[in-house]
Write a protein that binds this ligand. Structure first.
Ligand code: UDP
Length: 329
């Protein structure tokens, strides 16, 4: 069965392409390569260089007999979205609208959408459940929520079906060490800590030590990218099998502080990573932990790689083998 993967050259998209192949699907990648990496995609996968907003997508969907779409293509940096919101509205909201409309015109019925915990904003209660209040505190989260709303409306009015997966903190890398996280600029904690271990950065700065948490630093729920990828495959199988439209959280259910991450990275790498303590980063909620009971109960999802030491050691393998990311491949 042919599945279109938008943004298949990106971090989570490229891991999902591998998971789809493994599960017997045929992924076809559409990417505009504004941020993705061509060599993150296996050489035997069909790649079409195209923007999701381009109406030629309708022909791509028809000509390739696409049965479902996994939609990753998006800008995804919270900080950037608060400085340059126009590219988030253009690329994420307008681009997704055009893609969803192209799918309708081509008769593609199923969407698995890459959403985010940022749709919840500062939670009132943790662990966060899918029915928690949706009050994003940044433009990135708002654009993802708008896309969820579009999918909901198309589903209830035109009859297509979708699963929106609200990810918590995606991290780690494929255990082969062949693909991994390579953002430019990098803003995420785990890759920054590991780049510091490699000597590419002088120190890691901890953003805030006065949060109301056990050690004063922020707590997040880190989930292995391979476990995220397997959830996408389960979601597509569920939709193809007649499942109704749904939203699921995706996290490990465990919270780790910034200090926990640095300490685990020191253990995994055997390197004494230099640390500086700085101010809070604007807009950072103190604690984000997911309840993923829904996706476990309904799709039978079972995270297998999301022990923190495994997440960090898989990420470390990728960073050690490719210290300049995809430029080394
Ligand atoms: N963080 C940090 N130093 C950094 C980058 C991130 O202390 O250089 C903290 C950040 O404040 C947050 C956690 O690490 O509490 C995870 O941040 P990340 O950007 O990886 O993901 P987010 O939770 O913002 O999606």
């Amino acid at each position: 069965m042919n599945i279109l993967v938008t943004g298949g050259a990106g971090y989570i998209g490229s891991h999902t392409v591998r998971a789809l192949i493994h599960a017997g699907f045929t992924p076809i990648v559409v990417d505009n390569f504004s941020r993705g990496h061509r060599n993150a995609i296996p050489s035997d996968v069909k790649v079409i260089e195209l923007d999701i907003a381009n109406p030629k997508i309708i022909n791509v969907l028809r000509d390739n007999n696409i049965k479902g779409i996994m939609h990753f293509a998006a800008h995804s940096q919270v900080g950037e979205s608060m400085i340059n919101p126009s590219i988030y509205y253009e690329n994420n909201v307008v681009g997704s609208y055009r893609l969803i409309e192209s799918a309708r015109q081509a008769g593609v019925q199923h969407f698995v959408f890459s959403s985010t915990a940022a749709v919840y904003g500062e939670p009132e209660v943790v662990p966060i459940v899918e029915t928690s209040k949706l009050q994003p505190t940044n433009v990135y989260g708002r654009t993802k929520l708008m896309i969820e709303d579009m999918l909901h409306d198309y589903s209830s009015i035109y009859g297509s079906t979708y699963v929106a997966l609200r990810y918590f903190n995606a991290a780690g890398a494929d255990e082969s060490g062949e693909i991994g996280e390579d953002h430019s600029p990098e803003t995420h904690l785990i890759p920054l800590v590991l780049e510091t271990a490699l000597g590419k950065r002088p120190h890691i700065t901890v953003f805030g030590t006065d949060y109301d948490t056990i050690d004063g630093t922020c707590i997040r729920d880190y989930i292995h990218v391979t476990d995220l990828a397997s959830a996408h495959v389960l979601a597509m199988n569920y939709l193809v099998g007649g499942g109704e439209s749904r939203v699921f959280n995706l996290g490990s259910g465990n919270g780790f502080s910034v200090k926990d991450i640095i300490d685990t990275a020191k253990n995994v790498t055997g390197i004494n990573i230099p640390v500086e303590y700085g101010e809070r980063r604007k807009g950072d909620p103190s604690t984000l932990i997911a309840s993923s009971d829904c996706i476990k109960d309904i799709l039978g999802w079972n995270p297998k790689h999301s022990e923190l030491s495994q997440i960090i050691s898989d990420a470390w393998r990728w960073h050690r083998l490719h210290p300049s990311g995809y430029d080394d491949i």
